[in-house]
Design a protein around this ligand. Structure first.
Ligand code: OXD
Ligand code: MN
Length: 616
């Protein structure tokens, strides 16, 4: 039986403000749940939901001796990733969403949602999750309420954000909050009104991940998976927060945050934006190979940054956990991450071993003789199917990483010295290159790209642009976002972080990697920090400033002079073609492209022409 409105109000904690209770009651009236639970964020609540999901078949409890307090969920095969084609920015003016987003009319979308959400929680409990993105009460932090009919979402949100009573208390004290509504879209009554049983992974074939930038609202329907359902992450911390950041003069970025301490004890902080499949989690937990350098994790995915009282740019990690890709994580590639997964983890779509533990491709060189794969089927080596889904994930609290910085929850954030932009490029882009100034850095960020690596992804060698690694995450017109970055640069002036471009993926003519990557990525970063200190001169080049010969620390590294120079080779003719592609790329944004970026393209062409002249 659906709840009466008066009953709904009586479920609310005593200090829930009227505006919040009215909103929750409205959503309940629309979605018709059987019960409402206001999450307090306690361990008892988590334990109860975990036990309930084990009983319902959503969770498999892992062997407590091998993996204490850990669970495995298997999703429907149709619900394994973010659905960019079903993700919408619903601004009044399509131009405010821009050519890189799916736009939908907000009035029409609200009608569609009203129809989709009508009765969609029948037979289920509706959970109300108060949450804080960033440490509670911090000046950069923000509050939200997610309503969901998925207990899986509640226990994941508990690790990924700060949920429950303290967040509700902050809202009760007058804090503004972003409303976010989620349903898996699988009511426990069928379309004819007959009761139906639940399934381990309820979801719908119809999916809508919608954002309303003018009213700062999120409505998500039909998926139980990660970025579609944990609405604090991509939907709030990037898409809606990027809109808030533009309104309020700060930056919401798809960037990891690191603290690096040099041998002399000096601390530096760095943020870095990488498109997917560029080793972002590995960099977030980097183990430097240069003696005396220490790297600590502040964040692995998202940075919120604001100018501080001293004029520098300060960053917080708005999240509290890691929702990372499991395959490829091993003792060799990322031991820090692997160790963080020893206990209290939710795994989704990895394989199950016969002794109740987990496995994925790349975890060990030799796979176990038998597994239950991510679809719940028997699996043996050589059967021709991956055991874990390539996008299988772990959810773990950030405090479990041995690399976590003691200050990762400092509400004031950490002052940023360096911003890195990375991509996956076999050619052209050097190992590291320093931008000439902030405007050049914004140009570099705006043109970040990766080469398509497999025929399945498109023409091999063609470029996929992923500006600022924000392509699927910017809540408004990408060209306006570039203009916002330029404005923030004016505010920061000479206190702005230095911006560098890196490329760990350069190959030689035979297609072999030129750079070892992983822990050795600390070497170009060390050069960047020495540039911050003014310790080394750099050489002006087409892409930016590059290390003078001998300045990149390769001590103890088995790398030839030839490899080293190939890592920094800049072919003016290839760059000429690159500039033409950039011009083409900018054209799709029409007259929204800031003049400063056209000017940067002109400066780039000047540098190319100079290099062409010198080569003649
Ligand atoms: C993520 C992503 O899951 O960027 O972090 O897709
Ligand atoms: Mn991400």
């Amino acid at each position: 039986m659906a709840l009466e409105v008066t009953t709904i109000a009586s479920t609310a904690p005593a200090n829930a403000p009227e505006e919040l209770v009215t909103w929750v009651a409205g959503v309940a009236e629309l979605t018709k749940p059987d019960a409402i639970h206001w999450c307090d964020g306690s361990e008892a609540e988590r334990d109860r939901l975990n036990a309930q999901m084990v009983a319902s078949g959503t969770f498999v409890q892992l062997n407590p001796e091998k993996r204490p307090n850990s669970y495995l969920a298997r999703s429907e095969p149709s619900d394994v990733a973010r659905v960019e084609s079903r993700t919408f920015i619903c601004s009044a003016d399509p131009d405010d969403a821009g050519p890189t987003n799916n736009w939908a009319d907000p009035v029409e979308m609200k009608k569609t949602l009203a129809w989709l959400f009508a009765g969609c929680m029948r037979g289920r409990t509706m959970y109300v999750i108060p949450f804080s993105m960033g440490p509670l009460g911090g000046e950069i932090s923000k509050l939200g309420i997610e309503i969901t009919d998925s207990p899986y979402v509640v226990v994941n949100m508990r690790m990924m954000t700060r949920i429950g009573k303290p967040a509700l208390d902050a809202i009760a004290a007058g804090g503004t909050w972003v409303p976010a509504v989620h349903s898996v879209g699988y009511p426990l009554v069928d379309p004819d009104g007959n009761a139906r049983a639940d399934v381990p992974w309820p979801c719908s074939d119809e999916k809508y991940i919608t954002h309303f930038p003018e009213t700062h609202e999120i409505w998500s329907y039909g998926s139980g998976y990660g970025g579609n359902a944990l609405l604090g992450k991509k939907c709030y911390a990037l898409r809606i927060a990027s809109v808030l950041a533009r309104e309020e003069g700060w930056l919401a970025e798809h960037m990891l945050i690191l603290r690096i301490t040099g041998p002399d004890g000096r601390e530096y902080h760095l943020t870095a934006a990488f498109p997917s499949a560029c080793g972002k989690t590995n960099l977030a937990m980097l183990r430097p190979t240069i003696p005396g350098w220490k790297v600590e994790t502040v964040g692995d995915d998202i940075a919120w940054m604001r100018p501080g009282a001293d004029g520098r740019l300060y960053a917080i990690n708005p999240e509290a956990g890691f929702f990372g890709v499991a395959p490829g994580t091993s003792e060799e590639t990322n031991p820090t991450c692997l160790h963080a997964l020893n206990h209290d983890v939710i795994f989704t779509n990895v394989a199950l071993t016969d002794d109740g533990d987990i496995w994925w491709e790349g975890l060990t060189d030799v796979p176990p003789d038998h597994l239950i794969d991510w679809q719940g089927l028997d699996w043996t080596p050589g059967c021709g199917r991956p055991a874990a889904h390539p996008n299988s994930r772990f959810t773990v609290h950030a405090s479990q990483a041995e690399s976590i910085s003691p200050d990762w929850e400092d509400p004031a954030g950490v002052p940023i010295d360096v911003i890195l932009f990375g991509g996956r490029r076999a050619r052209n882009i050097p190992l590291i290159s320093e931008s000439y100034d902030w405007e050049h850095g914004v140009f570099v960020g705006a043109t970040v790209s990766s080469e398509q690596t497999a025929a399945a992804e498109g023409t091999v060698g063609s470029l996929r642009r992923d500006p600022f690694a924000m392509l699927p995450f910017c809540g408004y017109n990408m060209a306006d976002y570039w203009a916002h970055w330029l404005k923030v640069g004016l505010v920061l002036g000479d206190k702005a972080p230095k911006i560098f471009q890196v490329n760990w993926f350069r190959k030689d003519a035979d297609g072999k990697w030129l750079w070892p990557g992983f822990g050795d990525n600390s070497r170009p970063i060390e050069w960047a920090l020495r540039r911050v200190n003014g310790e080394v001169e750099a050489v002006d080049a087409i892409s930016g400033r590059i290390p003078a010969p001998g300045d990149l620390n390769v001590e103890g590294l088995d790398i030839s002079e030839q490899q080293l120079s190939a890592l920094f080779e800049l072919d003016p003719d290839a760059w000429d073609r690159e500039a033409a592609l950039t011009e083409e790329y900018f054209a799709q944004f029409g007259d929204k492209v800031p003049e400063a970026l056209h000017q940067q393209l002109w400066y780039l062409r000047e540098r190319i022409a100079k290099a062409q002249d010198a080569a003649e």
